[in-house]
Write a protein that binds this ligand. Structure first.
Ligand code: NDP
Length: 297
């Protein structure tokens, strides 16, 4: 008997396709409208993981034909100076996307800084204005990780409408916006967290399971409904130093219809959606939109 295992939802390959489409659309924006998408990333302090993330974002943006800049500020930067930097970028017409790399070093209040980013340039989708737009169904930037989950499914031809999406994790960054995006796609959504009772039971009812917890291999193989789509957002460092997700991949794969690996799943999609958001912002500033530039969504 041949063994049937979940097919891999290849975020790395899909993200490469998204980046290629973004590059083509950016070239059109430059040619037809004379606008080069601009992304500015602010990195405060020295955090090795953040440095890698920022370098990758800068490289992705440059390769897509954007003007990318990384602004490095020392760990001891005063809150007022960081806000002044954000406001300088808000006023700079060549910058269409601003991202403050999180987490910020101690002494800097994320809740006081992020809202200062102009909503039109909030390509991380984290300002209160962007959150309000998401919840009320208005246009605005959607957070990159959950929109990467939706885009990965869309490009794989996997339907969300009418399906039961179960999300484990209720962070502002992933879990909560994922609920809204699932609803936007006409899915039925359940959100679970550390106080949820019978987590396994909830997961077993999921047509689409999104794990965004930060606990290695929390989701077991027998929690997966046969044929379900499993999107593993978690990025954890295993005992052997390798990256591991929130899902026990090998066991879950025995039941899943489709499953994302870690690495190579949602991580690359998150980065690709940052480019999409920045391009959308640049297009809007030129009086056009992604559709007119040939990018469907
Ligand atoms: P947070 O720490 O902000 O949130 C974790 C959530 O998981 C909380 O809601 C928490 O519940 C819940 N939780 C913790 N333990 C359990 C448990 N035992 N059972 C059920 N729920 C639990 O994490 P993030 O959302 O920021 O990140 C989650 C993971 O995703 C991390 O590994 C992170 O590195 C990764 N990540 C990956 C990204 C990517 O690009 N692929 C982007 C962003 C994050 P409660 O609210 O009750 O405390």
């Amino acid at each position: 008997m041949t063994e049937v295992t979940g097919r891999i939802l290849d975020g790395k390959a899909t993200a490469a396709a998204v980046r290629e489409d973004v590059g083509a659309a950016a070239a059109q924006l430059i040619e037809a409208h004379g606008v080069t998408p601009g992304l500015a990333v602010i990195l405060v302090g020295v955090d090795p993981a953040s440095e890698v993330y920022v370098r990758n974002k800068d490289r992705d943006a440059s390769q897509a034909g954007f003007h990318a800049q990384t602004i490095k500020l020392p760990a001891g930067t005063a809150q007022a100076d960081l806000i002044a930097e954000v406001e300088r970028l808000n006023a700079d017409a060549s910058v269409h996307g601003i991202l403050v790399q999180l987490p910020l070093p101690g002494g800097l209040d994320q809740a006081a800084i992020v809202p200062r980013i102009a909503p039109s340039k909030d390509v991380d989708g984290l300002t209160p204005a962007s959150v309000a737009a998401l919840v009320t169904g208005q246009p605005g930037h959607r957070p990159c990780t959950p929109s990467g989950c939706v885009e990965l499914m869309r490009r794989a031809g996997l339907e969300l409408s009418g399906r039961h999406v179960v999300i484990v994790g209720r962070s502002q960054l992933v879990g909560k916006p994922m609920v809204q995006l699932a609803l936007e796609q006409n899915a039925t959504a359940t959100i679970c967290h550390s106080r949820t009772q019978d987590l396994a039971g909830h997961c077993r009812r999921a047509d689409v399971l999104v794990a965004a917890v930060g606990v290695p291999k929390l989701v077991k193989g027998d929690w997966i409904k046969p044929g379900a789509v499993v999107l593993d957002v978690g990025i954890n460092r295993g005992e052997d130093g390798k990256l591991v997700g929130d899902v026990d991949f090998e066991a879950a794969r025995q039941n899943a219809g489709w499953i994302t690996p870690v690495p190579g799943g949602i991580g690359p999609m998150t980065r690709a959606m940052l480019l999409v958001n920045t391009l959308a912002s640049a297009a809007r500033s030129a009086g056009t939109d992604l559709k007119a530039l040939g990018l469907s969504g």
